[in-house]
Ligand binder design. Structure first.
Ligand SMILES: [Zn+2]
Length: 414
């Protein structure tokens, strides 16, 4: 009993040391284990990228793998319908598969590898932008006249064509897909009128009026049983509408000399259009004269002017004989200029406005007498044009608006 008691007492310190040893062993083991764990975490593993092994630190990311392997996954590019690059990387995105399963972008970003994973990267395809097909009318082209005569006119009106275009939805590029209908050219012709059937015709023309001289001109014409053609300034029409009416009642003709006598070579295309249209409107609204014929100031009217007028003009008429009355050379010189070298179909330029026209008034009776003596009949411009078979009847009528269904050129034919 006593002994047992002694032994019990003796064993107490032994048991305490055992605990300490066990604790030490556990601590050492834990330290070793933790160290081993740390070492284990730092180890390299092998993964596969597009079938190639890549040695990489355990728990690396997909981006780390790509860096290590020198692989840059690329999205495709976005191209326009004419193959111009629009956006680098704007095409199909690249895809990444992990062990045969496609990863979302988010999944791909959160991948942590442990080894033996197999990644497949497929670069994105290039993409062509979307597009739509639109149909659009195409303007006819203007075919200029061969040479320059005194009368230039539309011998054939143009018609619109129809074409299909593919339009890029991002770039806005347009590519012609199909010409459904070719436009019909607008064609100009230019002639010096030649009366047919043996007629001997001359046309007297007066520019820059009406003015206070116009009544005198009309009086002489009526006295001599002659007619003439007056190219009136649109800006003067409102104040002289009665005079214009008298001219027409006497069998004379009133056409347009544009609105404000601008030089069409010196003004904008828009201004040429306005100068032309405003004068036609003034003649119609104030004097009841319907015409689509102009005499351009200074005779300046070229193919660009034709385009600028947008189909409002059917004929542009200059002259074949210049009286040179604007030099105020005296009545004798004006008579000589107008009568000494006249041929059949001539168009003579005189003035009934724009300054002192007393020399014209003095010369006019002698001019008419002399032309009559030479066997010419004095006619209006429409009668002269009508006498030439090359000029269509509706153009010769001096009022030939562009027919319904036709359209005007926006550029010259090459
Ligand atoms: Zn003039």
């Amino acid at each position: 009993m006593h002994t047992a008691k002694h032994i019990e007492i003796d064993e107490e310190p032994k048991r305490g040391r055992g605990w300490l040893i066990a604790l030490a062993v556990v601590v050492v083991a834990a330290a070793l284990g933790f160290g081993g764990y740390l070492f284990w975490l730092q180890r390299d593993v092998v993964v596969y990228l597009n079938g190639e092994p890549v040695e990489i630190r355990f728990r690396s990311t997909f981006a780390d793998i790509c860096d290590k392997a020198g692989v840059v996954p690329e999205a495709g590019d976005l191209y326009s319908i004419t193959d111009q690059l629009i956006t680098d990387g704007g095409g199909e995105p690249y895809t990444v598969q992990l062990d045969g399963r496609e990863l979302s972008e988010k999944e791909c970003a959160s991948v942590i590898v442990e080894g033996e994973e197999s990644f497949t990267v497929v670069n994105g395809d290039d993409v062509t932008e979307g597009s739509e097909v639109v149909e659009r009318e195409t303007a006819p082209r203007l075919v200029p006249a061969d040479g320059l005569g005194a009368v230039t006119f539309v011998s054939q009106w143009g018609t619109s064509g129809l074409s299909r275009y593919r339009v890029g939805s991002v770039s806005g590029e347009e590519v012609l897909e199909e010409v459904v209908q070719e436009p019909g050219d607008c064609v100009l012709s230019s002639v010096n009128p030649v009366p047919s059937d043996g007629q001997a015709l001359v046309c007297l023309t007066f520019d820059d009026g009406p003015s206070s001289y116009t009544a005198d001109v009309l009086c002489i014409l009526e006295e001599k049983h002659a007619v003439a053609t007056f190219f009136a300034l649109g800006s003067s029409v409102a104040g002289w509408s009665d005079m214009i009416q008298q001219l027409e009642n006497a069998g004379c003709e009133v056409l347009s000399h544009t609105m404000n006598h601008q030089d069409n070579y010196a003004i904008s295309s828009e201004d040429t259009y306005r100068e032309t249209v405003d004068a036609f409107d003034a003649l119609r609204d104030y004097a009841g004269v319907y015409t689509t014929v102009i005499r351009p100031p200074y005779g300046n009217w070229n193919n660009n002017c034709w385009i600028s007028a947008r189909g409002t003009v059917s004929a542009s008429v200059i002259w074949t004989i210049d009286s040179r009355d604007w030099e105020l050379p005296g009545a004798d010189a004006i008579v000589k200029n107008c009568t000494s070298n006249v041929g059949n179909g001539d168009i003579i330029l005189m003035h009934d406005g724009g300054g002192d026209r007393s020399q014209d008034i003095e010369a006019l009776p002698r001019i008419i007498d002399e032309l009559h003596k030479q066997g010419y009949r004095l006619v209006t411009l429409s009668e002269l044009m009508d006498s030439d078979y090359r000029i269509p009847d509706e153009i010769a009528s001096q009022y030939a608006p562009m027919p319904e269904g036709c359209s005007w050129p926006t550029e010259l034919a090459e």
